[in-house]
Design a protein around this ligand. Structure first.
Ligand code: AHR
Length: 502
């Protein structure tokens, strides 16, 4: 029998709201045209930051934003991005399209953006081509309250009070674009950099060491075994992990739309791999950190397809379909399930890049103009109910979804209880052809009232466009039926559902 059992009166771990975090790099039109249009733009903005984007992301309760990269972080020199904008030097963005980066968006603009979004900033510092001194000065510039060369420079640039800054990454993908280092080399670099990243005043940095990608548990092992100082104190609070759905096959030819089930199934299978990766890396971390003090920070995840026709291949611009909504639902359910170890995750990337939440109108000359909300955006908005709630044990028994001789679990899910006692359940039916009907057993909850919303679409590649911006959007769910035998749930094919139960 298909059934779902929700243990509403159990649960010990909190789902950190930071699992619902974001990543924005100086890449393509994520920053320029995405967040930033400049003060002179005809697009409605506040100090150069577009208002429509801020409002849309605030609706999802965006908890944090990682910046400035990505690979860009390890060739970014922060002092190029402060001071009068017309005097800032340019550089070549060698990783992403070879375009000229004019540094109009820098430290002040980023921290202003985070204040407008009411989210925590997460800065990734430059290890690959930077210096310990440069990174040390950046922290001093942002967080030091007293008199110092860097704090005085900040004041000279118009910001009297220091910012509060918690999340700090020490390099990005240092096994690759961040310096092609070995784990054995990077850990020494990490320890040196981390030593000089100071906590000024009340500010406490949450330092994140550059971690592995995919299944590279050797990197995790080396870092975890050497992350303590001689006094047995941790030198980091978090270790990052990057995994892209189908990203390992960078030359892959999968398209963002216009595909059949032969491209639906493998993408969802690859998304589910996140569960296995978290288990494997957590097992290594448990060996050195049984108290689970160090967070696993999945600060890059998402789908990676072919770029759209006639776009710069270095801009990584791709459409976003119902398939991406399922990928997002799977990841967020998996992160929730692993919330004892996963303290943060950041989807790549917020606007116009890879698995974007928001696309801006390419028809408009300056890349500004209208925005549209993608199916992935809607999943984040639906799932925000889990932020800072208590994870509840959930048992799902359902038919497998099979295609081409392989099978996947047919339904992905997670459940939580918020501070008001409301239980939320998020479910995704991976099967694009068949609905799933399940008996729903609630333990420790009367469940008198169930409301919900569902996200689905007419085809597997259903997506929103500037002509049809609401092709895929959540609507009210009427598939929860009270019978004498209890509650029955009927999930439509290829759908994501959120339920609120009291
Ligand atoms: O998100 C795009 C790129 O993917 C990032 O810059 C890099 O960290 C990763 O390889």
């Amino acid at each position: 029998m298909n059934r779902i059992v929700i243990n509403a009166d159990l649960g010990q771990h909190t789902i950190s709201r930071h699992i619902y975090g974001h990543f924005s790099e100086h890449l393509g039109n994520c920053i320029y045209g995405g967040f930033w249009v400049g003060e002179e733009s005809s697009t409605s903005n506040t100090r150069g930051i577009r208002n429509d984007v801020v409002q849309a992301l605030r609706t999802t309760n965006i908890p944090n934003l990682r910046w400035p990269g990505g690979c860009f972080a390890d060739e970014y020199h922060w002092q190029d991005g402060i001071g009068p904008r017309d005097k800032r030097p340019s550089m070549v963005n060698t990783h992403w399209g070879g375009v000229t980066e004019n540094n109009q968006f820098g430290t002040h603009e980023f921290l202003d953006l985070c204040e407008q979004l009411a989210c925590e900033p997460y800065i990734c510092g430059n290890v690959g081509s930077g210096t310990v001194h440069e990174m040390q000065q950046w922290v001093e510039y942002i967080t030091f309250d007293g008199q110092s060369p860097m704090a005085d420079l900040r004041r000279q640039n118009g910001r009297e009070q220091p910012w509060r800054l918690k999340y700090w990454g020490v390099g990005n993908e240092n096994w690759g674009c961040g310096g092609n280092m070995s784990a054995e080399y990077y850990i020494n670099e990490y320890r040196r950099y981390a030593t000089y990243l100071r906590d000024f005043g009340e500010n406490r940095l949450y330092k994140i060491a550059g971690g592995p990608h995919d299944g590279d548990t050797h990197w995790t092992e080396v870092l975890m075994s050497q992350l303590k100082n001689q006094g047995n104190r941790w030198l980091a609070a978090g270790l990052s992990l990057h995994y892209y759905t189908l990203g390992a096959a960078w030359q892959n030819k999968l398209t963002a739309t216009g595909f059949g089930e032969d491209q639906w199934f493998p993408v969802l299978r690859d998304a589910l791999r996140m569960d296995e990766l978290l288990t494997r890396h957590s097992t290594v971390m448990d060996k050195y950190d049984p108290e689970q003090e160090i967070g696993l920070i999945v600060d890059e995840w998402g789908t990676w397809y072919q770029v759209e026709a006639d776009t710069n291949p270095g801009f990584l611009y791709q459409q976003n379909s119902l398939r991406d909504a399922l990928v997002a639902a799977i990841h967020l359910n998996v992160f929730n399930q692993h919330c004892d170890r996963v303290h943060m995750a950041n989807i790549a990337q917020t606007i116009n890049v890879l698995q974007a939440m928001i696309l801006t109108d390419p028809a408009s000359a300056d890349g500004a103009g209208r925005i549209l909300l993608t199916p992935t955006y809607h999943v984040f908005e639906m799932y925000k109910v889990h932020q800072d709630a208590t994870l509840l044990p959930l048992d799902i028994q359902c038919p497998e979804y099979s295609f081409g001789g392989s099978s996947l679990p047919g339904v992905s899910g997670s459940a939580s209880r918020n501070a008001d006692g409301v239980v939320h359940v998020t479910l995704a039916n991976l099967n694009p052809n068949q609905p799933v009907e399940m008996a729903c057993e609630l333990r420790g909850l009367a469940g008198k009232q169930i409301t919900g919303r569902v996200l689905t679409g007419p085809t597997m590649d259903a997506h929103n466009s500037f002509d049809q911006p609401d092709e895929v959007r959540p609507v009210s769910f009427n598939g929860a039926i009270h019978t004498e035998a209890g509650i029955t749930l009927k999930l439509p094919p290829k759908s994501v559902v959120v339920l609120a139960i009291v």
